[in-house]
Every structure is written in C-alpha cells, then in structure tokens.
Design a protein around this ligand. Structure first.
Ligand code: NAP
Ligand code: F7E
Length: 344
C-alpha cells in the first residue's frame, strides 16, 4: 500500500503557491499551506481548492511558528515560495525584504532541520540573482551580480540553501526561475499591469497606460508550467539547482504590442494633441513613459539556458508567449466585462 505524500507550501496564497497546491492535490498529495495573519483574507487565489487543503498559521519573521507548522504538517516535501517578491518595493523596504526574502529562508531551513530533517526542501530562487548579466544565456554556472535589494536577498537565500545541503545533508534544491506569469499574477508586475490596463482601455474604464523601461527584456513563461519544474526537482534522484525558463526573451514593448493586438486596439508610443480619453489625433491609444516606474538600477536582459532542467528533469514549457498573452488578456477582459474588480 502506498501512503499519500505530504507537502507544506509557504506562500500558498500567492501566484505560484496556488498553482503548485492545485498540481499537488491533483497528484494525490495531502497539502498544507502556510498563511500569515492579516486583517483581511488574502485567499482569492486558493478559494476554489481551500476545502481540499489545510491552512496553518505562520510567518517568515517568526521562527517558532515555522517550526510548529513543520511539526504539524510532518511533510515529505517543503516548498518555500513565500517572499517579498516585488523588485521595485525592495528599494523602499530593503530591510523588510532582507528579513522575508533572505533570512526567512534560513528560518524555514532551520524549521526543517529541527522538525523534519528527512523532508525534501525547495527554495524559490530567481533569475534576478543574475542581474547585470555576466553571460547570455544564463545557466546554473553563470555568476551572480544582483541589481536590487530583492536580487541580493535571493542570492543569500540561494546560497544558504546550498549550504544546508552541504552542511547537514538536507535534500535541498534551489530553482532559479525566470519570470513566470498568469492571470493570477499580482497587478503591479509589468505583464499583468499591461493586460489589465489594455482590457480596461478596451472597455472604456481607463484612457492610457503608463510604464517604465520599455526596452527591458525578459524570458517570460507560464506559472502553471513552472510549478511542475519545482515538483520534478523534489522527485529527482539527487538534490541539485536548476535554471527554469523558456530560452526566449522579449521586450516589454513587444509584450504591450501583443496585448493590444489581442484586443484589436491600435496603439502609439508618444502623442500630443490627445483627445479627452487620451487618444492621439488618429484615434490610437497612447502608451506613455512614466519615470516613476523606472528603477534605480535595471536588469536589462534575462535569457535562460534551461538545458539541465530539460535533460535531467524532463521539463519543458508548454505555453509560449503568444499563448500567455492571449490567456492573460482574455482573463482580464472577461473579469472586467463582468464587473468584477478583484483578480486571481
Ligand atoms: P507572490 O504572488 O508575491 O506571493 C508571495 C507569497 O508570499 C504570498 O502568499 C504572501 O502572502 C507570502 N508572504 C509574503 N511575506 C510573508 C511572510 N512574512 N510570511 C509568510 N508568507 C509571506 O509571488 P509569486 O510570484 O507566487 O512567487 C513565488 C516565489 O517565487 C517568491 O519567493 C518569488 O520571489 C519567487 N520567484 C518568482 C518569480 C516569478 O516570476 N513569479 C520568479 C522567480 C522567483 P500574502 O498573500 O499574505 O501576501
Ligand atoms: O518587471 C520593466 C521593469 O516587475 C519586469 C518578479 O516575479 O521576476 C519578477 O521581477 C520588467 C523590469 O518583474 C514597468 O523595469 C517597465 O525590467 O514585472 P516586473 P521583475 O522585476 O523582472 C523575477 C524573476 C522575480 O524573481 C521577481 O519576484 O519590466 N517595467 N515598466 C515595469 N515593471 C513594472 N512592474 N511596472 C512598470 O510599469
């Protein structure tokens, strides 16, 4: 008789946590999700699966709560997805970002070491660690040069995960994931800001879209594909670190053009003589540059070399950029057209 596997997911209320919980439940896992106390509930993304999983209270800032959660869940697998994950905010709140995104990883590893040392551990590392890239494409061997307090915190989280593997023999993996998006992406991230903004303009709910660096290039994939790479890392023969991305990169500008095309809306980048709804004299929607969305230090280009994940984990992405844009635009358009403001 096989017993069901038990998984503890931190950050279960976030984009990735919700897709991962779905995937693990569908594979017959017993899923425990760590949730922090809030004055309002943040469970929109997991509403549809909440009755199939158990939520445990805990916060990355509080060591005992993490130990209690691990003791209660008795997990075979721990996925540490919780973090302050928005790069721009990390300049305004660098200390908090370090507490959550860097030291929070050590607190989770300590909880596992003390309460479930046999559990397999996944750390949500990031392509932001490559920052000012030393080579293109970026692989597991590319040196790090983070460009934000967030990237620096993730580099700490990455190395402490490697260190606990080497110091204590924990089965601890670090997934270096490139940008992955979905209709459940937070509204402040550029892809979702674009698809939500374009849908609003289409429906007459907004007049223009204001963005920062349009030339920045990202290797964007679909979050639903990427959580499967996480699971594969914890099911492998040995613990290792993997780059996960599509191997293709595109500019923010191209993402905007694709979203507008999906909604059959003409757009222009600059404009004067705009009418009262912000269109130029030819009736095209104007996308404006707004310095408030530019960063003190930018990561200009990210492009994954996912060869190792392809070869050793058998992982490949299923959704391409065109499919991703269509999925996100449609979800935002349908949501807003039906009068719903909240996302997820
Ligand atoms: P997300 O949507 O921002 O979700 C973050 C999650 O962390 C939320 O559930 C949040 O809870 C939780 N959290 C934040 N602070 C916490 C604390 N102090 N204690 C407990 N929980 C806390 O992020 P995501 O896009 O799903 O990303 C998941 C992970 O992958 C993050 O670590 C992120 O840095 C990393 N990552 C993401 C990408 C990407 O492109 N998405 C790429 C590489 C790495 P609330 O709901 O209560 O706020
Ligand atoms: O920015 C540019 C911005 O905020 C992407 C997180 O999940 O992926 C994400 O970090 C690019 C940047 O994501 C706007 O300057 C232009 O170059 O969507 P983003 P990110 O910073 O790449 C990594 C892998 C993570 O680990 C993070 O957790 O788009 N950009 N104009 C803009 N970005 C935003 N947010 N808003 C704009 O108006």
């Amino acid at each position: 008789m096989t017993t069901e596997k038990r998984a503890l997911v931190t950050g279960v209320t976030g984009q990735d946590g919700s897709y991962l919980a779905e995937l693990l439940l569908d594979r017959g896992y017993r899923v425990y999700g760590l949730v922090r106390r809030s004055s309002t509930t943040t469970f929109q993304r997991i509403q549809h699966i909440q009755d199939r999983m158990e939520l445990l209270p805990g916060d990355l800032l509080d060591q005992n709560s993490l130990i209690d959660a691990v003791r209660c869940a008795r997990p075979d697998e721990v996925y540490n997805l919780a973090a302050q994950s928005f790069v721009q905010t990390s300049w305004n709140q660098p200390v908090l970002t370090g507490e959550f995104t860097a030291l929070g990883v050590t607190r989770m590893l300590e909880a596992v070491r003390l309460a479930a040392p046999e559990a397999r551990f996944y750390q949500a590392s990031s392509s932001e660690m490559f920052g000012q890239v030393r080579e293109t494409p970026q692989s597991e061997r590319t040196p790090f040069h983070p460009r934000s307090p967030y990237g620096v915190a993730k580099a700490y989280g990455h190395y402490i995960t490697v260190n606990y593997r080497e110091s204590y023999g924990l089965y601890a993996c670090s997934g270096i994931l490139f940008n992955h998006e979905s209709p459940r992406r937070g509204l402040e991230f550029v892809t979702r800001k674009i698809t939500d903004g374009a849908a609003r303009i289409r429906l007459g709910l907004a007049s223009d879209l204001r963005l920062g660096n349009l030339d920045s290039q990202r290797d964007w994939g679909f979050a639903g594909d990427y959580v499967d790479a996480m699971r594969r890392m914890l099911s492998a023969d040995h613990a290792d670190d993997y780059v996960v991305g599509t191997g293709l990169t595109h500019t923010v500008r191209l993402f905007v053009e694709s979203a507008f095309e999906a909604l059959e809306m003409p757009l222009t980048w600059e404009g004067s003589g705009l009418d009262e709804v912000g269109r130029d004299p030819d009736g095209r929607v104007v996308v404006r540059l707004d310095e408030r969305f530019c960063r003190p230090a930018e990561v200009n280009l990210l492009l994954a070399d996912p060869t190792r994940a392809n070869r050793e984990l058998g992982w490949t992405p299923k959704v391409d950029l065109a499919g991703l844009v269509t999925m996100m635009v449609k979800a935002d358009y349908d949501r807003l057209a039906s009068g719903r403001e909240s996302s997820g």
